[in-house]
Design a protein around this ligand. Sequence first.
Ligand code: HEM
Length: 378
Amino acid sequence: MVTIGMSASTRWDDHAEWRGSVQKAELPGGHQVWVIAGYDDVAAMLADPRLSLDKRHSGTGYTGFALPPALDRNLLNMDGDEHGRIRRLAAPAFSRRSADGLRAAVTRIAGVVFASLDEKTSGPVDLIEHLCAPMPALVIGEMLGVSGALLPRLRDAAMAMFTFDPTSKESAARLVTAVGWLTTTFTELVLAKRAEPGDDLISGWVRARDGEGALSEDELVSLAFLLMMAGLENTTYLCGNVIAELLLADGAEQAVSAWPIQRSELIERADPLPFAIRRFSTVDVVIGDTTIPKGDTVLLSIFGADSDPARAGRPSLMFGRGPHYCLGAQATDLIIDAVVPEFFTRYPKAQLAIPATDLEYRASWRSHGLTTLPVLLA
Ligand code: HEM
C-alpha cells in the first residue's frame, strides 16, 4: 500500500511512480483511497458519472474538512442536476467572453499591487505575501464583492485547510477555528449584500435566490466561499511556483521574451494541485485488473496524468475535465499573464534571497505551494 504523506519534496516523482495499475493508498490519518495516475484513466474518470463528488456516496466515512452545510453545499460536493443548476448561475461571469471584460480590471489591479511592491526594494520581500496572494484576492474579491481587507484572515483560513493533518491536534484545532471564521464571515457577507446590494456577483446571486428561488441560503453562502477560496488558494501558489522556477532559470530577459512560448509548459509544471477533488464510486468500477468497490474514495492524480508519456501532446488536465472543469481557468490565465512577464520587466535583477535548496513547500498532500518566496528585487 502506498502512503500519501504531508511532505512535498518528491511529489512529481511519487505521482509518476503510481502510474500503471490502480494503487491502494493511505492518507494522513489513515483513510484509505484508490489512486489513479495514468493520463487515459484520469481523463476518463474526471468526467465519469459513476464517480460522485458528493460525500453522501462515501461508504467509508470520508469527512474531509467536516464543513457545516453553509460551506459544504458547494459545487465540489455535488453532481448532476443539482450541480448543473448552481454552475449555470455562476458560470457566465467566468466565461471566456467575460474574461475579456475582466482583462482591464486585472491590469488595473496589477498596477496597484506592483506599485506597492516597488516600495519594498531595499531588503528581501516575500512574493507570496506581497504579489502572488494579493493579485487573485483583489481580482476575485472585486468580482465577488469581498473586501481586500479580509485577505490576511482568508489566507490563514486557506492555510489551515490545505495543510490540515488529522494526526496533529494543533492542526485539527486550527482547522476548526478557520471553518468557524469562514462560516461566520461568508454568512454575514451574504446578509450584508442582501441589506445593501452592490454591483457584484454575490449581490446578483442574492437576487437570484430571493427573487427566483434559484438556490438555497446554504448553497448561496457555499458558492461565495468556494469561489473566493479556490480563486485565492490555487492562483497564489501557481504564481509563486512559476516565478520561483523562472528565478532559478535563465534570467529576466529570457523570462520575458520567451514567456509567450514557454507559458503553457511552465504553468503546467507549476500546478499546485496534485490531485483532482476526491470522488466516491457509486457502483463497483473496474479499471484494468482492479475493481474499486462502491462507496470507496478515489483520487485522480493530475501530476501523474500530465507527466505521463502516454499523454502524447493531449491537453493538460490541470484545470480538470468534464462537468466540474475549473470555472476560474480563464481568470487564472489573465492573472498569471499580468503578473509574471511584468515582474521580470520591472525587476530584471530580481533574485532569490535564500539558497534554492532552502525553498520550502507547505506540508500538504492537497497542494504543492511554497511557504514563502523571499526575493531581492533590486
Ligand atoms: C492555479 C489555478 C487553478 C487550478 C490549478 C485549478 C484547478 C481546478 C481543478 C482541477 C478543478 C476540477 C476539480 C475536479 O473535477 O476534481 C477545478 C474546479 C473549480 N475551480 Fe479551479 N483551479 C484554479 C483556479 C481557480 C480560480 C481562480 C477559481 C475562481 C475564480 C477557481 C474556481 C473553481 C471552481 C468553482 C471549481 C468547481 C467547478 C465545478 O465543480 O463545477 N479555480 N479547479
